[in-house]
Structure formats: C-alpha cells, structure tokens
Design a protein around this ligand. Structure first.
Ligand code: BES
Ligand code: MN
Ligand code: ZN
Length: 500
C-alpha cells in the first residue's frame, strides 16, 4: 500500500475520509470540506451523524456507503477528539482506524482539517496518520494458496491531504523507516520455525546490509572459543547450529563513541528441551525469538532514518530441542563470564542464552547502557497480561527514560522490584547459581539471574516481553498476530535520549 501526501479535494471514486473534531452536547461541527460534501449530498453526513449518535470521539469512525449526490463509494467520518491534544501516537491510531474503514476500496483520500496541536507539526501529524495506516495494513499471506476474495483488502493508495506535501513527505522518511522496521520484525516473528532457525534468521537479517548496517556472525566454533557454555548448552540438542548475530549502526558524528547495546533473546523454537513443554500451545514457541526480531527491526529503522547514534544489536539465536545430545536437568555449564550454572530446568533457557550474549556485549563493546528484550517468563503474562511488558533495571534514570518512551508510543512498561531477597533464590548447592528460582516471583528471579551477568557500573534494563510479542486479536496498530511491540518504543527511547 502506498502512502502519499498531496493537496487534494474530494475524489471521484474510492473513499473519502473527513476528520471531525469532537463536538459538544449540541452536536458536532463539520469542518469546511466535510460541510461542503454534506451540502452536496443533501445532508448525508449530518443525517448519519444524528442517526449513529457520532460525536467525533477519537478513533471512532462512521461509514456512509454510496452517499447519493456524490461519486465516491464511501464517505468515512473519523473522530479526531480534541485536536489540541492530538500527538504523533494519536495520529497513528487514527491512521489505523482509517485503514480499517477504507481497506475495501482501491484508493482513499484523507482530509483531516484542523490537524496540528500543541505537540507536533501539521506535516508530522499527517506523516504519522500515514504511518498508522501502513502499520495496520500489515498482512502475512505468503503461505496461502487461495484467499477468500471477500476478505481481501483492495486498497492500493492512501492519499493524505496537506497544504505542504513536501514537508509531510520529508517527515514520512523517518516514519516509513519505523514502519519498515516493524514490518521485518513481524515477518521474522510470524515465520514458522521450519523456515526461521538460527542460520536462516541470520540470512534474513543480512538484508540490512542494504540499509548500511554492518553485520557480524559468530558460529558455534567461535562461541566455543569464547567459552559461551551457557548459550551453546541450550542449542546442543538441535540439528540447527546456534548463531550470535551482531548488527552495528554507527550513525553518530563520532563513530568510535561507545554504543548503546540492544540484546535480543532469539530462541527460534522452544520445546522446553528435556524439560519438555505441554503440547497444547507449544506452537506459540515459534515466537520465542521475538526479542531478536525486535533487534533486527529496530536496527532497520535506525539505519533507514539515518539516526545520528551508535547502536549495536546482538541476537542470541538457538533452537531448544530434546535429543540424545540435549543437555539434561542437573547439568552444570560454564558461561563466558566464568560463572557456573546448574541447569535444573532446560525450559528456563532464555536466561542461559542471554547470560553469554550480555557478557559478550559488555566485554566486546563497552556500551554506555544495555537493554535486553526477551520472551522470558510465563509469569510476566500472569502479572501484566498483554497490556504492559515487564521492566527490570539497575538504574532509575534508564528505567524512567524507557517507561516514558513506552507511554508516549503506547507500548507500555511496568517496572518490577529487584533485590537480594530474590537473588538468594538462585543459590545452588554445587555451582555458582541454578537457572530457576523457588517458584514464586518467577519474572523477578529470572531478571536477578540476568543481572548476575551485568558488570558493576553498566546501566542495564531487561524487558520481559512474553505477553506483548503476539496478540491474536490485534492491537491499535497491528492486525492480529505479531505486534511488532518494542521497535517503536526503542526507536523513541533512542531518539529522545541518545541523539542529541
Ligand atoms: N519462552 C518461555 C516463556 C514464555 C512462555 C514466553 C509463554 C511466551 C509465552 C521461557 O523459555 C520459559 O519456558 N520459561 C519458563 C521458566 C520456568 C521453567 C522457570 C516459564 O515461564 O514457565
Ligand atoms: Mn523455555
Ligand atoms: Zn523460551
């Protein structure tokens, strides 16, 4: 689907969309272009508004099919709410509901008069309306050999009316970069595990070379040399070789300046290993590489918008399988940090992978800060459902920056406590630690485990995203399935805090 910006009037076909500011009790006031259309159609809009009790509430739509006296297939009214409080994220969500209303027409003209509040420029808001429509239009249909024609979206172009198309197009460069990033993240997450495994994940990520991202890959032999016994132990039951993928975007003026490191859990399939999971729902574990998928999408977004910042993205890619060569419950492995781990539950594998990748990230890149993303625990879903991801950190300032960015883009984070009381749960009788806690506060003990691989003085945050990577019903900006959660959040976090 194309997103374009132009000075346009009501078209002669397809759909026309009018933005309507929220009204008072005495009714809504149509902006000039909508009022003119209403007159031309002898009151089609005002009659529908009355009948449907449409008030212009933000994100509400009212569709009038084939209005008499006009040539369009449908006229859509979209509620803008109070235009003064309309920010970029609100604009994206409005774009998403517009997409849903017009997707069965071949083209749509979007006329949102009165855009431009206190927080963003008119051009920026127009660009984000386009971005929201593009995000919501995501489809993954490559494995369908036939599709019901009635359900198929037809929309080819959404044109957004603006007095300054050049400025909107310019704003859309950065918005489109994020849309592209979210797109590759969703693709990687949606692909089944027979298609995306560590080596094929790396092959896909190599597409980012075209964006100017530098790519390094460590195979099993290189990781063995570095002593990554924790990560390699997880992958040893799989016929697929484990991989450590390193993506670098050095966009800062000083290319040698210490980077920010973003680390993703990339368990391409998590059977649980010898501590095998229940069959029911095990298919969800194809998206246990969601953290790594976000890292790839974020790096694409940063590179395509040429962000003035140095960021290194690291993906620990493994497959957790039961097999004659798989690790056993009770095995002791030695991590790259030198610390030993008693693996009591082979299904607590994400933390083992991250232990070595976090250590490597610090050892090799001396980053300013590290943020990791991982579908780490089922317990975080019990605590927060799909509405927030869990935030765990050793640094208040970093936590606040992340939470603020999440709030701004509608990908919310909730911080959990950490402390010695929880860390004690990880004591092992024969090794430096075990890989599970005592059964209570499982998301926190998992975070405590990770913190044992963070060097003193490194600001670090862990995002437990098990509840937010996949959403069957869809979210404001996603059609259902892989949400792409995290790309917009981290893009915002980096833009606000690391690009000055
Ligand atoms: N990948 C899972 C966590 C998960 C569960 C993600 C559901 C998404 C949806 C993780 O590897 C896991 O199995 N965690 C265990 C840890 C336990 C054995 C300590 C869990 O949460 O049950
Ligand atoms: Mn697991
Ligand atoms: Zn897992």
């Amino acid at each position: 689907m194309n997103i374009t910006f132009a000075k346009i009037a009501v078209p002669a076909q397809g759909a026309v969309v009018f933005g309507v500011p929220e009204g008072t009790k005495s009714g809504v006031k149509l902006p000039p272009a909508a009022a003119k259309f209403d007159k031309q159609t002898k009151g089609a809009l005002s009659r529908a508004i009355k009948a449907a009790e449409f008030t212009g509430k933000r994100e509400k739509t009212l569709v009038i099919v084939a209005p008499a006296g006009a040539k369009v297939n449908r006229a859509v009214l979209v509620g803008l709410g109070n235009p003064k409080t309309l920010d970029e994220t609100a604009a994206e969500r409005i774009g998403a509901v517009i997409y849903d209303a017009v997707q069965r027409d071949a083209a749509a003209a979007v006329i949102l008069e009165g855009l431009g509040g206190a927080t963003a420029t008119v051009a920026g808001l127009a660009a984000h309306v386009g971005g929201g429509a593009a995000l919501k239009s995501y489809r993954f249909t490559k494995y369908r050999t036939k599709e019901d024609n009635d359900a198929k979206p037809r929309i080819k172009t959404v044109t957004i009316q603006t007095d300054d198309p050049a400025a909107a197009k310019k704003s859309y460069v950065a918005v489109g970069a994020v849309v592209a990033g979210v797109g590759i993240t969703r693709d990687l997450i949606t692909e089944p595990a027979n298609i995306i495994y560590p080596e094929s994940f790396v092959a896909r990520a190599k597409d980012l070379a075209a964006d100017g991202v530098k790519i390094d890959v460590l195979g099993v032999a290189a990781m063995k040399k570095l002593g990554m016994g924790a990560l390699l132990g997880v992958g040893q039951g799989s016929v697929r070789d484990s991989q450590l993928l390193v993506l670098r975007w050095d966009g800062a003026a000083d290319k040698k300046a210490a980077p920010l490191a973003i680390v993703g859990k990339g368990v391409c399939f998590d059977t649980g290993g010898i501590s095998l999971k229940q069959p029911s729902g095990m298919w969800d574990m194809k998206w246990d590489m969601g953290g790594a998928g976000i890292v790839v999408g974020l790096m694409r977004a940063l590179a395509q918008r040429k962000a003035p910042v140095n960021v290194v993205g690291l993906c620990g890619l493994v497959e957790n399988m039961p097999d004659g060569n798989a690790q056993r419950p009770g095995d002791v492995v030695t991590s790259m940090s030198g610390q030993t781990i008693e693996v009591l539950n082979t299904d607590a594998e994400g933390r083992l992978v991250l232990a070595d990748v976090l250590w490597y990230a610090q050892d090799r890149f001396k980053p300013k800060a590290i943020v990791d993303l991982a579908t780490l625990t089922g317990a975080i879903i019990m605590a927060l459902a799909e509405h927030y991801a869990g935030l765990f950190s050793n640094n208040d300032a970093l936590s606040e920056q992340l939470a603020a960015a999440g709030k701004a883009v509608g990908e919310r984070l909730w911080r959990f406590p950490m402390g010695d009381e929880y860390d004690k749960d990880l004591r092992s009788p024969i090794a430096d630690m075990k890989n599970i806690g005592g059964g209570k506060a499982g998301s926190i003990t998992a975070a405590q485990f990770l913190q044992r691989f963070i060097k003193a003085g490194t600001p670090w945050a862990h995002l437990d995203i098990a509840g937010v990577v996949w959403n069957e019903k869809g979210t404001a900006l996603a059609p259902g399935g892989a949400t792409g959660y995290g790309v917009r959040l981290l893009n915002r976090f980096i833009a606000e805090n690391y690009e000055k």
